[in-house]
Design a protein around this ligand. Sequence first.
Ligand SMILES: *Cc1c(COP(=O)(O)O)cnc(C)c1O
Length: 400
Amino acid sequence: MVYINENFNKLTPSYLFATVAEKRAAYEAANPQAKVISLGIGDVTQPLCPAVIQAMQKAVQEMGQPETFQGYGPYQGYDFLIEAILANDYAPRGVQLGKDEIFVSDGSKSDSGNIGDLFSPTAVVAVSDPVYPVYIDANLLAGRTVRRLPCSEADGFCPAPPHWHADIICLCSPNNPTGAVFSKQQLAAWVAYAQQEKAVILYDAAYKAFITNPALPQSIYEIPGAETCAIEFCSFSKTAGFTGTRCAWAVVPKALQAQQADGASVSLNELWYRRQSTKFNGAPYIVQRGAVAIYTPEGQKQVQETIAYYLQNAKIIREALLSLGFECTGGENSPYIWLKTPSGQTSWQFFDLLLNELNIVGTPGSGFGEQGEGYFRLTAFASRQATEEAAQRFRAYFGR
Ligand SMILES: *Cc1c(COP(=O)(O)O)cnc(C)c1O
C-alpha cells in the first residue's frame, strides 16, 4: 500500500465548531421554547447586492451565446477585474502595483494554503496565538515548523516582532478572531523585521473593508518597503458576501525575492505564476463579472450599506459590553468582538453560561489557541433584530 503524508498526523483535531453545535442542539432539545441567538458564526448573512446579481445574470447570458462565450480565462484573472482592483483598492491609498502583480483566485483560504508551495519545508513560520487555524495546519501539512507569537491585552492583540528568526510570518488584520487592527507604525515594525531577517510576510486582509478609521492601513503596501517583503491576500467573501460565490486575489509584488539553495535570488511573482498556471485554471468568468460590479457606483453604495449594517451590529454589542464593564477588543473596524470572560471563567464555562442563561451562542476563545483561554468571540453577522435582542439579554443578565 502507498504511504500517506505523515504530516496529517501532526494536525490537532478541531472539535471547536462541532462541540459548539452539539451543545446548542442538546440545549434546544431540552428547552424547545428557548429562542437561541447565534453570534458565533464567522460567515456573512446578507445576500449578494443587486449590482452583483445583475452582472452575474448578464454573464450567464453571455456564456450561452457563441459570440460572447468564454472558455478558459487568463490564469491571473480578467483584466477588467484586475484594473478595477488596482484603481479602487490601491491607487487611492497611494499604492502603485502592476497588473501582473495581482492574481485573482477562488478564495483567500486556498491562496493562504497554496502559497506554501513556494517555500522550503525547512522554513520557520511564525503565527499569532490566538490565530485563524488555516495558517498553522497548511504549514504543518508541508512539514514546516510553526512557532507562536503570544498575543495579549498588553499588546492590544497586535503582536510585535519576536527576538527570534522566522522565515515566514502570517499576519491577519483586521484580525479573526480578536478584531484587533494593526496601526501603520506596528506594521512598519514588521516590515523592518522582515527586511532585517530576509523573511516574507503573508498578510491576510480579508476584513479590510470593515476599516473605517482613515488612519489605519487597509493594505500592507501602504508601508514603504513592504513590496520587497510581503504578499497580501484579499477576498470578496466578507467585503461583498462572496463566501459561497468564491472570489479573492493575492498580491505578489515583482520586487519580492527569495533564494534558492545555490544562493541565487528568485522572483516569487514568477514562481506563483508558475504554481497557479500548473495547478489552477482561474476563477469563473461569471463570478469575476459579479466581483467587478461591486466597483460600479451602485455596487459601491450597496456593498458599503451592508458593511455599515454589520459595523452597526458590532457597535451595538461592543457598547453593551463596555457599559457592563467587560473588557473587549474589536467591534470597531472589524466584525469581531473579542471579550475577556468575567471573574476568571474559562472560555467554555462562559460559553455554557451564555447558552444556558442568556440563550446566546458564541465561540470560545480557547478554540483559537492557548492564549485565547479566558476570552470569547462574538460576531456582528446576525440580523439587527437578533443583535439588539442579544445586547438586551446581556444588559438584563450582567447589569443586575
Ligand atoms: C473568511 C476569511 C478569509 C476569506 O477566505 P475565502 O476563502 O476568501 O472565503 C480569509 N482569512 C480569514 C482570517 C477569514 O476569516
